[in-house]
Design a protein around this ligand. Sequence first.
Ligand code: ZN
Length: 382
Amino acid sequence: MKEFNFKIPQNIQFGMGSLKKLPEILMENQSDHVFLISDRGLEKIGVVKKIQDIIEAGGIKCTSYLDVIPNPTVTIVNEATALYKECGATSMVALGGGSSMDVAKAVGVLAKYGGEITDYEGNHKVPGPIVPMIAIPTTAGTGSEVTASAVITDESRNYKLSVFSYENLPKYAILDPELIMTAPASIAASCGVDALIHAMEAYISTNASPFSDAMAEKAMELIGGNIRRFVANRKDEEAACAMMAGCNFAGIAFAWARLGNVHAMSHPVSAYFNVPHGVANSILLPTVMEYNALADHGRYQVIYNYICEGAKVTEDFRAEMLVEALKKLNRDLGIPETLSEVGVKEEMIPAMAEDAMKSGNIPANPRQTSLKDIIALYHKAL
Ligand SMILES: [Zn+2]
């Protein structure tokens, strides 16, 4: 067994309606002025107002930045940082999907240590604790409330840069399944498959440990057993709870075990063609799992049994069965099958492959991968 290290420094509050605990959590954090980071979509459906009201009812001042977009950019981070500094807040609430949390983490770094976000690109460059943050996810999901990365798109390079540091971890996470019950089916599907990929890639990663395995297996059980039911009916309370907890566990698993080729390859797809993260990952998944089959040592069968409820196999299992099951899952959930369907152009493959090779997830992939391999995988997924 390899050496391993882990911690879960966040306080995680889970439960239907747990949002009402926000005022006491804010009090505990002794902040009298909170900076809320979210997006216009959540403003439109009234979720932002609900949170603002809860904060202000606790006698705490709230300044909001609501212009976060999917695949958030360096410009957005700079705008939000300027507003944070100007308003004089001392803590943050990140409300939304992965994008709001990515922006909040980046603001937390820049507000504390200055400079540009590109100065902190790579692993472990953040010098110390960032601005304290409470993460409230509204999708199930990225698991960003428990992960160490802030992924920001640098428009000048069409590149998704990653700031990976355990200093980025939010202090507190409130997981209220009520918040994910208004998601459209397409978002529930692609975010749910993305979370399943977090668990799967962590589970077959070269950095996997008994700790990350435990989190990944429970995540696959919860997500695998509920994703169809949840996409079919987001008002299904039991399925929503299972998805919310499963996505969080998947996040904890990959925060420590890292990911693999699916995520390495999906970031350039999103950076060049603005494809949502979950959609890009879901499309790439069967192709990458087919490639990684050579490195399997019994784990594919475990994954298969978690995602194919009632179809458990104990003998005669073949890796192709998992690849086929993943394709079927995508089809059942209405996810596009190929990269060309979401507008990816063949001529960009060499540039995307170069960028994919820079990802910290390439060394964690179970089968060693060269630039030539990535090019072949993009062609196959096209
Ligand atoms: Zn992901």
